[in-house]
Design a protein around this ligand. Structure first.
Ligand SMILES: Nc1ncnc2c1ncn2[C@@H]1O[C@H](COP(=O)(O)OP(=O)(O)O)[C@@H](O)[C@H]1O
Ligand SMILES: [Mg+2]
Length: 305
């Protein structure tokens, strides 16, 4: 069966600059997909192409088998978009603004639905207030409410928690999880790695307009997660020769420590190394091991490109 969203060989050029370079990606129904990448990687451009806000230079995108260019209305109807920027009309009231968003999709007023969204986003008490009186965090919540006003089956959130405080971030995460529970497919972009780690079923990493990796989050974490071990030495290491042979070991802290990457806990590598050091009359003052986070994995991958 075809994926819910299918992106095939999509490129987008702005003048000579290729913002997207031959991107192919499948999004499955019901998943939370996190598109991770540094600033300028092409995240917003890719979302804009799927939502039909900009047209790709080449390649095809289908949403539920409808082509986003030839069947724009059919694809757009299914999508709610929480944009990265804040395009709001300040004089409109909160309720009316949501109602307007719903109306754009030709749907009848549904006071109950909109009030429920406003309640879930703690905006119900503000429903009759004008938008320009809202705080930044409330405006961001309103963007989410507007995106949900027409009961979309697919929700895009473009950097939903950039610049928001911790408590609002938690509220937004909860809302995303609640939407998933009612069957909504969610695609979010972020350069905030903890967000992907927290929410995503699958993670795609984009850099310089190219998708460099797509993986289940859990297998990404276990496949790439490596332990890094630091051995702090009792005196400075003068002779580096035995370390140079092993690319997973490096001398750091001006010869006062060794850094070991990916030491397998079942092997005796650590013991062998400690023995070697002791033959040279060097002891250790501390050994500590840290787990690599998704952040380390991400930085390694982007650097390797
Ligand atoms: N309308 C535009 N005109 C020209 N260049 C653009 C336009 N939109 C985006 N770009 C460029 O395309 C690249 C990708 O941008 P964008 O998709 O916004 O990245 P991201 O959302 O990952 O930060 C950037 O180099 C950006 O400067
Ligand atoms: Mg962006």
């Amino acid at each position: 069966m075809k994926s819910l969203i299918s992106i095939q060989n999509v490129s987008k050029a702005f003048g000579k600059h290729k913002a997207l370079n031959n991107v192919s990606l499948e999004i499955e129904k019901g998943e939370i997909f996190a598109l991770l990448g540094p600033n300028g990687a092409g995240k917003t451009t890719l979302i804009s192409a799927i939502c039909g806000l900009c047209r790709q230079s080449s390649g095809d995108i289908t949403v539920n088998s409808f082509n986003t260019v030839t069947h724009y209305k059919d694809t757009r109807n299914q999508i709610g978009l929480v944009p990265q920027e804040l395009p709001l009309d300040g004089f409109e009231s909160v309720y009316n603004s949501c109602q307007f968003s719903r109306g754009l999709f030709g749907l009848k007023d549904n006071r109950n639905h909109i009030e429920n969204i406003l309640k879930a986003l703690s905006l119900f008490d503000k429903r009759d207030e004008q938008i320009f009186g809202l705080s930044g965090g409330m405006k961001r919540r309103l963007l989410i409410a507007k995106a949900l006003a027409h009961e979309p089956k697919i929700l895009f959130l473009d950097e939903p928690t950039a610049g928001v405080d911790v408590s609002l971030r938690r509220d937004i995460w909860k809302l995303i999880e609640d939407q998933k529970k009612i069957g909504v497919t969610i695609i979010l972009t972020t350069h905030y790695i903890e967000e992907a780690e927290q929410l995503a079923d699958r993670v795609g990493i984009i850099n310089s307009g190219e998708i460099i990796l797509v993986k289940e989050k859990n297998s990404l974490m276990s496949e790439f997660s490596k332990k890094t071990t630091f051995i702090r030495l009792s005196k400075q290491l003068q002779d580096h020769s035995f370390v140079k042979k092993n690319k997973n070991i490096s001398v750091v802290e001006n010869g006062m420590a060794l850094k070991l990457i990916g030491i397998n806990s079942e092997s005796n590598e650590l013991q062998v190394l400690v023995n070697l050091l002791s033959q040279k009359g060097i002891g250790f003052t501390e050994i500590n091991t840290v787990d690599n986070s998704l952040e380390d994995i991400f930085l390694d991958l982007v650097k390797a490109k």
